[in-house]
Write a protein that binds this ligand. Structure first.
Ligand code: PGA
Length: 253
């Protein structure tokens, strides 16, 4: 069975101390997880080492960075490389979040470079894709997402593609309280899997975890995750509240 994942995305929220407490509150809940279920905390850079040591003795819990730079190393003040992440034991990294694409003008091409640098350092990318409201209203969301996948991922060899996790996050549902319906999420996830299947074959497509993101909370996680092609979620706002995120973890298939 493919991995079912509850990934918290803290974004630029919480102090270090609040982050420590939130992790503690979630971990002390001792939620029973099956081997195919995974929880990932995507935390700000200064908290990565702390979060990684908090989950060090837990099965099925891991930590992700929220971003990385698309160059190897050098004179890029303020940026963080994949080698730095690897050197502190980070195993996952979110890339291409719509906020990065929108506010920091990240392109599909840059994301392709980040994917390569992450895989080179054995860090699994959580690659975000998804359309804006105007694209959904024009009915061209499938083409839009297909282009994002093709331009950032389709240069990968099959052995690398199988390490990628995809997060479908319709921009109109992020932080807006507006969730895609379970049917809309399932429909897009099935489409994404079919695109991967056409390029990489059934075995890789079947094993690929595709997360949904956009206003997931305790109350709607079960319904959204029930879609056969929905393998959990990437969760912003609700991941900052222990009880909410615990309920989301418990809703994993
Ligand atoms: P949200 O954010 O759950 O607050 O909508 C999701 C995300 O941006 O990953």
């Amino acid at each position: 069975m493919r991995k079912q994942i509850a990934a918290a995305n803290w974004k630029m929220n919480l102090t270090y101390q609040q982050g420590e407490k939130l992790l503690d509150d979630i971990l002390t809940a001792k939620i029973p997880l099956a081997p195919h279920q995974q929880v990932i905390f995507t935390v700000p850079y200064p908290y990565l080492i702390m979060a990684n040591s908090a989950v060090a003795n837990e099965n099925n819990y891991a930590v992700a960075a929220q971003n990385c730079y698309h160059k190897k190393s050098g004179a890029f003040t303020g940026e963080v490389s994949t080698e730095m992440l690897q050197s502190i034991g980070i195993k996952y990294c979110v890339i291409g979040h719509s906020e990065r694409r929108e506010y920091f003008a990240e392109s599909n091409q840059q994301l392709a470079e980040k994917i390569d640098l992450l895989l080179e350092k054995s860090i699994q990318p959580i690659f975000c894709c998804g359309e804006a409201l105007s694209i959904r209203e024009a009915g061209t969301q499938n083409n839009w997402v297909e282009t994002q996948l093709k331009e950032s991922l389709f240069h990968l060899q099959p052995g690398d593609m199988e390490k990628v996790i995809i997060a479908y996050e319709p921009i109109w549902a992020i932080g807006t309280g507006k969730t895609a319906s379970a049917a809309q999420a399932q429909e897009m996830h099935e489409f994404i899997r079919s695109i991967i299947q056409q390029k990489y074959g059934t075995a890789i497509a079947d094993n690929l975890s595709i997360l949904y993101g956009g206003s997931v909370k305790g109350a709607n996680a079960g319904e959204i995750f029930a879609g056969p092609d929905v393998d959990g979620g990437l969760v912003g706002g609700a991941s900052l509240v222990a009880e909410e995120f615990i309920a989301i973890i418990k809703a994993l298939k």
